[in-house]
Design a binder for this molecule. Structure first.
Ligand code: PLP
Length: 459
């Protein structure tokens, strides 16, 4: 499985963790390093090649993920639940371990060296994220605990401050609950009204219906970039342009796009963009809200506490500047550093290469699944990423998931926190195989064999 792609650096080896080397020592020797796991970068990757087209060896990359090399229920694990949470490569786990062993200290408040080093490492991630999604400034990057938290932040600050009775918030029928419920809650408080873009039979947004919904009452459009239930990749730039013409602000839920494709927030033009670290080779408990600087600057704070203030007295409290104004209390420091390492890892492979490889795997999966008698795909957009959702008339998704699990195959079954879109397709649950670049054609074959086995069970 050697695939030729663009001129990205090539993983050289799965090096031994540098437990004996302290990150602060590394920074001392490499004061100009802006990489949050520069040490690992140096150890594991050859310098950028510009003249020859190197080969991305995804089989070798797969070895970076210890979790994939184990047996589950007596069978080698096939992990196809990447939409729920991606796996973490050893480079990221080691970077987090390094922090806990040698760098742990609180951030933004210590005069001592350890605290300053922890702060530097933690803040490097902001720069890393800025470059990764092409934000125009690191001040547009707000740390949160995940996509859900990011959307709640926008709904409760920007939403609460800008929505009045009768104003409209446009969502789509394929939203994750994380991009429905916070808006319903703020609509209840403000008297705003939720409008919903319908989805076509193929699983695409009905763009004509969207245009009809837009009006001068529309204040916010909040739409998923890649559907976690259908796999549809939505035309977010067009959605944004149309919303802006109507004078509305736009939030894009990028939880399922950032791990799988190059995202450029300036090109999309959206006002807010959210995602979670744990779906992109990073740790749980950490996520990002991108917001245009002028909007963040004008937004009221979200949670109160330490770190988000300028001055506090019992008479009056003033707040810190954005993005820190939105980051109250001690944050998940190691998780933040871990996200920086995850971005370095993804960059070392190249997002274009990841997208190309995943597209091959998804196409292969769709082809093989479609050959199975009685299987119905839910979501058949031509613009699909990473997700294959399907149903059988006579086999319940949870039964299928249980049988697959007994054969070491991890898929997600249920409503995928997207009940409205399952209702739209008249199904209570689907089985979802969600793919990442470290999956293989053999993983798909094992899934197909497992489904055939389950069918013999029920027929
Ligand atoms: C599209 C989408 N949005 C939002 C979320 C919520 O992410 P988190 O639970 O990490 O906050 C998910 C999680 O599956 C998702 O798939």
């Amino acid at each position: 499985m050697l695939i030729k792609y663009s001129n990205q650096p090539v993983p050289r080896s799965i090096a031994t963790p540098p437990y004996s080397l302290c990150y602060t020592e590394y920074l001392k020797n490499n004061p100009k390093s802006t990489k949050s796991f520069g040490l690992w970068q140096d150890l594991c990757f050859m310098p950028q090649q510009t003249t020859t087209i190197p080969t991305i060896d995804f089989e070798k990359i797969r070895k970076d993920f210890p979790v994939l090399h184990q047996k589950v229920n007596g069978h080698p694990l096939v992990y196809l639940d990447n939409g729920a949470s991606g796996q973490m490569p050893v480079q990221v786990a080691d970077r987090i371990d390094l922090y806990h062993r040698y760098e742990h200290s609180n951030v933004h408040r210590g005069i001592h060296t350890l605290s300053q080093n922890a702060t530097d490492a933690y803040e490097l991630t902001r720069k890393n994220v800025q470059e990764f999604i092409n934000a125009s400034s690191h001040e547009e990057i707000v740390y949160t605990t995940g996509a859900t938290d990011s959307i709640n932040l926008v709904a409760n600050t920007f939403g609460a401050a800008n929505l009045r009775e009768g104003d409209e918030v446009i969502l789509s029928e394929m939203e994750h609950h994380a991009n429905i419920v916070p808006w319903q809650m703020v609509a209840e408080r403000t008297g705003a009204v939720i409008k919903v873009i319908p989805v076509t039979d193929s699983g695409d947004l009905d763009m004509d219906a969207y245009k009809d919904l837009l009006s001068n009452k529309t204040k916010i459009v909040a739409v998923i970039h890649v559907s976690n239930a259908l796999g549809t990749v939505n035309p977010v730039k067009e959605i944004t342009d149309l919303a802006h013409e109507a004078g509305a602000a736009v939030l894009i839920d990028g939880a399922q796009s950032v791990p799988h494709q190059k995202v450029d927030v300036q090109e999309i033009g959206c006002d807010f963009f959210v995602f979670s670290a744990h779906k992109m080779c990073g740790p749980t408990g950490f996520g990002i809200l991108y917001g245009k600087k002028e909007l963040l600057d004008a937004m009221p704070p979200y949670r109160g506490g330490g770190d988000m203030i300028d001055k506090v007295s019992f008479e009056e409290t003033t707040y810190n500047v954005a993005p820190y104004r939105f980051e109250a209390g001690t944050p998940p420091i190691s998780a933040g550093i871990g996200l920086g390492a995850a971005i370095d890892y993804l960059n070392s492979i190249g997002m274009e290469n990841i997208e190309t490889r995943e597209q091959e795997l998804v196409n292969y999966a769709v082809k093989r699944l479609s050959e199975i008698e009685g299987l119905r795909m839910i979501g058949e957009s031509e613009h699909r990423a990473s997700v294959c959702s399907f149903v059988f008339d006579h086999i319940h998704a949870s039964d299928l998931g249980t049988i697959l699990d007994k054969r070491g195959i991890a898929v997600r079954t249920g409503h995928h926190c997207a009940q409205p879109i399952l209702r739209r397709f008249n199904v209570p649950a689907t089985t979802r195989a969600s793919i990442s670049f470290y999956n293989t054609e053999e993983d798909i074959d094992r899934l197909i064999d497992g489904i055939h086995y389950a069918k013999t069970f029920f027929e």
